[in-house]
Design a protein around this ligand. Sequence first.
Ligand code: ATP
Length: 440
Amino acid sequence: MKEKSQNNLMDKVISLCKRRGFIFPGSEIYGGLANSWDYGPLGVELKNNIKQMWWERFVHQRGDIVGIDAALIMNPKVWEASGHLKEFSDPLVECKVCHERFRADQKDIIVEHEEFHEKRKESAGWTEPKQFNLMFKTFIGPLQDEKSTAYFRPETAQAMFVNFKNVVDTTRQNLPFGIAQIGKAFRNEITTGNFIFRTKEFEQMEIEYFIEEKDWQNIFEMWRKEMLFWIKDLGVNLKKVHEREVPDGERAHYSKRTVDFDYEFPFGKEELYGLAYRTDFDLRNHEKASGVNLKYKDAKTGKEFWPHVIEPTWGVDRSLLIVLLEAYHEEGDRVVLKLPLRLAPYKVAVFPLLANKDKLVEKAKEIYKDLQKNFSVAWDDRGNIGKRYYSQDEIGTPWCITVDFESLENDTVTVRDRDTAKQERIKVAGLTTYFEDKLK
Ligand code: ATP
């Protein structure tokens, strides 16, 4: 059973997201659209910061990974060759009593539903499982027939395989090397829910890391560690993260080994990220289907072969959810979002002590404008200073600057720290360096 306090935590985070503009229900004025969510002004900043942190770490700070940004709708032949048209499905069952549909392999939800009917003295029964393809269909052009059918990509990965030759031909990458991409993926999931945990459109950060077959175990291990470091740097308590070897029969059709990183969400232990060994399945099949040579030629030996692939994959939305869950703290009647500094939507907030004293406002605006050159900065002149602190704590702003009468005399301000609530007096001229040092 889920702990009550844990469920509470989820409710509190959802409510904070709505109240402060992190995440809104999608199409809300029309009553929403089942499990679609829109990121608001603070949510988009947090999400961008997560994506930037990932890109810097895995693309900019390593010489062996380059990025791409591909189209969402690809030639349907891609999905034939990748096996998605045939294999990318979940078993669907329908409850014979209320006709609600579920994924047959989500045992907890199935049992919960059976119990629901049992309590009403109804005997639940299920239809035989049917395979339900998760790809979203659309049509290209004015005719809506089989020939014009296309699909929204269900994963970003295939774009890396399809562009493999382009990347090899235009960069100086030698094995092992990776292609990274961040972007949307679409899945017509049978059951969605738990806020942004499972939605029909979501974002992925993926790397296809091309290797020689003989190296697969070592490189799999390297990525396993990298993924754990990443989770730790999101401010997550690693005790809540569990690696799970995905057994035969449960793995995706292309995978020879998969390790899932599960996280203890308030609604249960569920997949956060995955790491898969895709062998040479994709390049081999795309070569067969397209007729284009997708082999890699070793410059030293002249040998040609299909590289094998290790694929670490991260959900952006699930990353954001765990960041919020881990950061949420209550201290007395204060809510503090202890976000990692790098991820905070605003790094600094600037307040004039009194909003009706022109000299204070002028000085505070000057500081605000100056800091904006280097940081994302909030401005607040409503209510009293205490309320403004509360308000910034709740959205995770690490530092608040107050411009007071002393500031006008000696060019210093108070800087108050989110986590310790301690205040320091700092020279205005030294503020940028002060924050830069802290953010390093
Ligand atoms: P699950 O078992 O939860 O359905 P999956 O194994 O199908 O996930 P992958 O195909 O490995 O997921 O996708 C890679 C990552 O994308 C997942 O680890 C997760 O972080 C994210 N992800 C997958 N499906 C969704 C979804 N419907 N909503 C939000 N994020 C998702």
